[in-house]
Every structure is written in C-alpha cells, then in structure tokens.
Ligand binder design. Structure first.
Ligand SMILES: C[S@@+](CC[C@H](N)C(=O)[O-])C[C@H]1O[C@@H](n2cnc3c(N)ncnc32)[C@H](O)[C@@H]1O
Length: 222
C-alpha cells in the first residue's frame, strides 16, 4: 500500500510557503473557513484542537473573536507548522507537528476538535475518530469539513486516481453514510451533516460520555 502519510507530508511541506495564496485546489479551503468557524462559535468552549491545521488560518480567525480560548493546532507537515508559528504568535496558541491518528495529548483535554479539509488524507480514519474521542472531554464536539462528491466521481477518485495516479497523499473521499458511521461507531452522536457550496460538507457530533466518565462525574459531585 502507498505511504499516504509520507506523501501528504512531502506535498504540504512543498506547498507551505505558498499555501495561503495558491490559485489551485488550496484556494478551495478558503470557502469553508466561515461555515466552520460559525459552527464552532455556536456554543461556548474553553479549548480547541485544530487537527490538520495547515498554516493556522482557522486559529488566527477564531482568535480575533475569542481571544481567551486556548488553541492548539497539529499538522503532519512541519513546514506548514513553521508558517503557522510565524503567523500566529499568541500566548494562548500552540502549534505542534504530529499525526491525526496518534495524537500527542492527554485524555479529556479539549472541548472542541476541528478537522477541516484534512480527513481525506487519513489512511486509518477509525484511528483518527478513536483518538479524537480519547482527547475530547465528555460532550465535547468534533467538527469535520471535507469534500463532498457524487458517487461515480467518488468511486473514480477512491479506486483509481488516489491509489494509482495522484501522489499528494489524498486517499479517500467519504460519503454521508461513511461519515455518520465513523462518528456513531466511535462513541459520538451526530448532530449535523450539511452540504456546503463548492462540493464540501460540514458535520458535527459530540462525544457521548462513557460509563467511566459518568462514574467520574458522579464521584466529583458527591
Ligand atoms: C488541505 S490542507 C488544510 C489545512 C487547514 N485545515 C485549512 O483548512 O486551511 C490539509 C492539511 O492536513 C494535513 N495532514 C494530512 N495528513 C495528516 C495527518 N495524518 N495528521 C495531521 N495532519 C495531516 C496536511 O499536512 C495539510 O496541512
């Protein structure tokens, strides 16, 4: 099997310096900042993890409106993180290099996770959901924005172009059922799946507290 992660790392290290101005597919990322940020700001929260944060644009935008929130951005490509670190210098913001499928954070660390335009690069999406569940607090939200493509084209991308032609680390475009199943099979309740313009979707779900979390909450209350 192709090493999708290494291909993603190489591709985005190449793109890092021009990511914010490129006239190619990266420009598409710009159309989903506003809907993602509106969804995130629809409820109060204290800390946010942006997985596949790229050059830190989402965090830069949220920071303007919510300066007291603690923000962490993680990305596989170290050069994307270098650009993010130069762009957003603030005591409430941390950027780290790391993998969405193996998050270097303690259990129950964040109120919100955003994953925007990145999940189609993950060869083991189940692991990403399991890791997101682990590091979110009970009732914490997982917001995902990614590509939405009709079935025949999706089949062409997933079964022909991604495995055999494109070498940029893209590996799977999900349909609505796949996304909903990934949430529900990994302990989340889905609250939203909306079609966005320009072939994107926005989904949101919250971490259903486990029995262990319930016991901890009860112990604290006693
Ligand atoms: C299209 S960019 C989107 C960046 C940002 N979320 C935005 O919307 O501007 C996808 C990002 O996902 C990152 N990425 C890909 N695979 C990853 C993984 N396994 N773990 C963390 N980041 C990953 C890439 O390095 C890249 O920066």
């Amino acid at each position: 099997m192709k090493d999708y992660k290494e291909l993603s790392r190489i591709e985005f290290n190449k793109q890092a310096e021009k990511f914010d101005t490129a006239e190619n597919c990266y420009k598409l990322c710009q159309d989903s900042y506003d809907p993602a940020n509106e969804e995130i700001k629809s409820k109060t929260f204290n800390d946010l993890l942006d997985i596949g944060c790229g050059t830190g644009n989402t965090i830069a935008m949220l920071l303007k409106d919510l300066p007291n929130v603690k923000y962490t951005g993680i990305d596989l490509a170290e050069k994307m993180i270098e650009v993010a670190k130069k762009k957003v210098v603030n005591e409430n913001v941390t950027f780290v290099v790391g993998d969405a499928e193996n998050l270097p954070f303690e259990d129950n660390s964040f109120d919100v996770i955003l994953c925007k335009e990145s999940i189609h690069h993950y060869p083991n999406p189940e692991k990403f959901f399991q890791e997101s569940y682990r590091v979110l607090r009970p009732n914490g939200r997982l917001v995902i924005v990614d590509m939405r493509i009709n079935a025949p084209i999706r089949a062409l991308w997933n079964h022909v172009l991604f495995p055999y032609v494109i070498k940029m680390g893209d590996c799977h475009v999900f349909n609505e059922t796949e996304i909903r199943d990934l949430y529900t099979n990994n302990g989340f309740e889905v609250t939203k799946y909306d079609a966005l313009p320009k072939l994107r979707f926005l989904s949101s779900g919250f971490k259903k507290p486990s029995k262990v979390d319930d016991n901890i909450t009860q112990e604290k209350e006693q």
